[in-house]
Design a protein around this ligand. Structure first.
Ligand code: NAP
Length: 255
């Protein structure tokens, strides 16, 4: 049966690829991001697949804009069965050149961009007595990575936020899924000037993400080899971690 799927950060990258993947599966799509022309183009492309497609221009860090977009999604589709909270940004984040406003803006999108949707969508899903919320975290939540203090710590917040939500919302029939990708080829990673192990194409990544969401997995971490490496990084002593990562940081201009 066709489901009604809302996706934030849907104008490009993983979000846009997920929108096309869900449309290919026959579901109706509600796209959210700030770039209106990209949303219009994607909406037209999705409609060619004979499913319903809508969009709303919205800055996810602004609760009033999120409220308006969620209202519009509900009016347009009558329900929100799956909400994929994917919008996210990365910044230049060296501690030696810290900019608190830049740091905060990363949290505003990556963390509050999810919190704002939870405030608006959870009551709708409680009322529906069903729903699935998938939040896009990152394998970068595994440890504090040099040059990535705001991004990697924001994804730790995302991981714990979604875990609290998963446990609390279980009794309402709402599933919460945490998606933890490794490196995916998008505009976000095109800015990285270091070698990204196990870099994947977005088209391939979203097939795994939608399988995980559709099967109701609680956490989906991928690709497996990078998941194992980041998991190992959590287990090694600080002295070894610090030595390896500080050498890497020097080589890659992250200090
Ligand atoms: N690429 C990777 O390797 C990777 C790995 C792990 C996790 N992730 C996570 O996956 C998600 C998607 O990343 P991506 O690689 O697809 O990045 P991307 O290509 O840069 O796309 C980011 C999306 O987020 C939207 N966005 C950013 N700020 C927004 C705001 N204030 N309000 C509304 N939308 C906003 C952008 O749309 P507009 O600019 O049009 O608003 C865009 O659609 C992010 O949460 C990211 O942290 C990515």
């Amino acid at each position: 049966m066709a489901k009604n799927v809302l996706i934030s950060g849907a104008s490009q990258g993983i979000g846009a690829a997920l929108a096309l993947e869900y449309a290919n599966q026959g579901h109706n799509i509600f796209l959210i991001a700030r770039n209106e022309s990209a949303l219009q183009d994607l909406c037209s492309k999705i409609k060619e697949k004979n499913v319903e497609a809508y969009y709303s221009v919205c800055d996810v860090s602004n609760i009033n804009q999120v409220k308006n977009s969620v209202d519009l999604a509900l009016q347009s589709m009558n329900s929100i069965d799956i909400a994929i909270l994917n919008a996210g940004i990365m910044g230049s984040e060296r501690i030696s050149a810290l900019d608190a406003n830049n740091f905060k803006s990363i949290y505003d999108v990556n963390v509050f961009g999810i919190v704002n949707f939870l405030e608006c969508i959870v009551p709708i899903m409680i009322n529906q007595k069903q729903g699935t919320i998938a939040g896009i975290g990152s394998l970068a939540d595994s440890r504090g990575f040099p040059g990535s203090a705001a991004y990697s710590s924001s994804k730790v917040a995302v991981r714990n936020l979604l875990e609290s939500a998963r446990v609390e919302l279980k009794s309402y029939g709402i599933k919460v899924i945490t998606v933890r990708p490794g490196f995916i080829r998008t505009n976000m990673t095109s800015k990285n000037n270091f070698k990204m192990p196990f870099l994947m194409d977005a088209d391939k990544a979203v097939k795994g993400i939608s399988d995980a969401i559709n099967s109701g997995k609680s956490i989906y971490s991928f690709p497996m080899p990078l998941y194992l490496l980041t998991h190992l990084a959590k287990l090694i002593p600080n002295s070894i971690y610090d030595s390896i990562l500080s050498n890497w940081a020097k080589k890659n201009g992250k200090v």
